[in-house]
Every structure is written in C-alpha cells, then in structure tokens.
Design a protein around this ligand. Structure first.
Ligand code: SF4
Length: 357
C-alpha cells in the first residue's frame, strides 16, 4: 500500500471504543505508524492530499480533538508552551498590497511609519523579552524584500540577540538565496514567511507577489539550513477548502515547517478586509487540530487574534495541539494578550513555558 494510503487508512479507522485504555493505546500506535510513514516519504511525495485534509476537517469535533491530542502527546509535552516575542523593527510604508495588513502603504489606517530601529534598541527589547520569559525573539520588518544595507543591520541585531541566549527569528519579506545564506551566517535560527492562504484564494488577498515567490523564499531559507516558520491567516472570507488547501500546502513542503503560526484575522479599519465575516470559533479550533495532525513534529503557534479569544477558547486551542504563542503586548502593529494575563492562564491550566535546553 502506498505510504499516503497507509496514512489515510490510519486516519479513517479506530473510532473511539468504550474501553478508554485500549482506545488510547490503539490510537497512540496508529499515530506512531502515521509518523513513521510520513517520515519515510520521499520529499516529492504528497503526504497529505487535499481530500484527506478535508476529511480531517469533517470529523466530529470530539474525534478530531482527541486525535490531535494523541498526536500532540507523541511529540511534545502537552503542558509546555513555547513563548516567542515579536518586535516590529521597521513599521509601515510597505509597497505590498496584502489586504489584511495595516502596514501596506496603500491603505489609510492611521499607522505611524517608523524607520528601521537601531541595533541597540532592538537588543534592549530582546533583553526585556527574555526577562519576561520568552525563549525566541522575532524581528519583523515591513519590506517587500530587504535591501543589502538594511540586511547588515538586521544581521548585527541577530548576532547580539543570539548572544543573549535567545533563539532568533526574522520576517523581512522575500529573500533570495544569497540573502538567506547571509542571515544563516549571522546566526539566524528561524525565518518566517507565511503562505497566508490556499493557492486558489491567494489572488483575493495579495496581487503584488505570487504564491510561487513565497514558495521560492521558503526554499532558499531551507537550503540555507535555517528553520522555516510558515503558516497562514484564517477568517479572511476563505472557504473550508481554502483552509484545507493552506494546511495541505504547508504539510506537503519538502519538510513541514518547524513552526506553523495560525493567525485569526485581526480586522483593522482602513484595510480592505475590515468587516469580513469572522471565522466561527469551532472552525478556528478545527484548523489548529488539523495542522497538529498533519504536521506532528511542528510547533503550531496560536498567533494573531489571541487577544479577542477568551480563556476557554485558548484552552481548547491548546487541547487541539497549539503549543506556541506570541508573548508580549504587541504583535507588530496590533494588540496581543497581556503578559500578566498569559501567566495567570498558564498557571490555571498547569502549563509551563518551554525553556531552551
Ligand atoms: S503583510 Fe508584510 S508584505 Fe504584506 S503589506 Fe504587510 S508588511 Fe507588507
């Protein structure tokens, strides 16, 4: 049986039995088979055909969460969260037209434009993030792609932030292979570049760069030996098939991204996506669970939109397999949950921050 059929067979069988112990053992075994088969696939194989990802979305809610939690426990401590802190190091005036983004120069959102920060100021912010408990420091700049002189500044910041004992991540727009290699040499651990949505829905969201250009950047990052951080945004008016398409495209990359941020659109007045119909909360949780099952070894990050979620919703996202959050009161240009509130929620749920080993 081809590997992907084995994977599907594993997904389709083993309905929960009355005997919880044997059910847990069986599903645990199935999850192991799935992962072994996935890991054995040649990189060009489609691990998760779209129909199989859609089939996961269609599962009864409890079955989906149960399976996601089983896969999660096979790979991670379910009571640990990876905490990343995100700083906008250059804000606004971006030439791109991403319809959700207040940083695009094309939309009038009242955003204050800020030039690239000085290295000292970036490192100061990184020290504060570390002090608050973050283990990864992400630097975001609103560029189509970085200019060489700006890249040198970011590289110096990466060197100094790494020396603090933090993991480093950057999101600077499209990269060519030389830029990716140069960031790797500076010590950058992760590079973020989201696919955003399905290839079909993409044209409704962005017209100034192609889906293929995004895939090319991810390839350059991977080839340079950096970890890939790539996910998307839901609640942009896309269909469930689009959400499944996004997850399938991520899961079928030559290697699944090491980090998968799932964002719930934060609607910003002045952007074309202000006032779109928000995604149903259960559908958002399903998206997290499907990401967890299809990318079992990846950190799935509950990203933008968390401030609008109540504690119960966040707890369900963690149950569905989210094991990373942005930590800190601002996410680039939108608000995030407060550090105090996050600490209190983690204490209530018995969740501890993951430390760097
Ligand atoms: S998402 Fe990034 S590339 Fe798109 S407009 Fe915003 S800052 Fe620019």
């Amino acid at each position: 049986m081809p590997s992907n059929q084995v994977t599907q067979a594993a997904v389709n069988q083993h309905e929960p039995s009355n005997d919880m112990t044997s059910s847990v053992a069986t599903i645990s075994k199935v999850a192991t088979i799935v992962v072994e088969k996935v890991n054995a696939l040649p990189s060009e194989t489609i691990r998760w055909p779209l129909e199989q990802v859609e089939a996961l979305f269609d599962l009864p809610f409890n079955d989906l969460l149960f399976r996601a939690q089983q896969v999660h426990r096979e790979h991670f401590n379910p009571n640990e969260l990876q905490l990343s802190s995100l700083l906008s190091i250059k804000t606004g005036a971006c030439p791109e037209d991403c319809k959700y983004c207040p940083q695009s120069a094309r939309y009038n959102t009242g955003l204050e434009v800020e030039r690239l920060m000085r290295v000292e100021a970036i490192v100061e912010a990184a020290k504060k993030a570390k002090h608050s408990g973050a283990s990864r420091f992400c630097m975001g700049a609103a560029w189509r792609s970085p200019k060489d002189k700006d890249l040198r500044v970011v590289e110096e910041a990466v060197r100094q932030v790494s020396e603090l004992g933090l993991e480093t991540c950057a999101t600077l727009g499209m990269l060519n292979s030389e830029q990716a290699a140069s960031l790797k040499t500076a010590g950058l651990d992760y590079y973020n570049h989201n696919l955003d949505t399905s290839e079909d829905y993409y044209k409704e969201v962005i017209t100034t760069r192609t889906y293929q250009e995004r895939l090319d950047t991810l390839e350059h990052v991977r080839s340079a030996g950096m970890n890939v951080c790539s996910g998307g945004i839901v609640g942009m008016g896309e269909t469930r098939t689009d959400r499944a398409g996004l997850i399938a495209n991520l899961a079928n990359l030559p290697e699944p991204p090491q980090s998968v941020p799932i964002n719930n659109l934060v609607q910003v007045p002045g952007t074309p996506m202000d006032n779109v119909e928000p995604i149903d909360e259960f559908e958002f949780i399903r998206t997290i669970a499907v990401a967890r099952i299809t990318m079992p070894g990846s950190y799935v990050r509950l990203s933008a939109g968390r401030e609008e979620m109540n504690d119960q919703m966040q707890a369900l996202c963690f149950m569905a397999g989210a094991n990373s959050v942005f930590y800190g009161e601002e996410l680039l240009t939108t608000n995030n949950a407060s550090v105090e509130h996050d600490r209190s929620l983690m204490a209530t749920l018995g969740i501890k921050p993951q430390s760097l080993s």
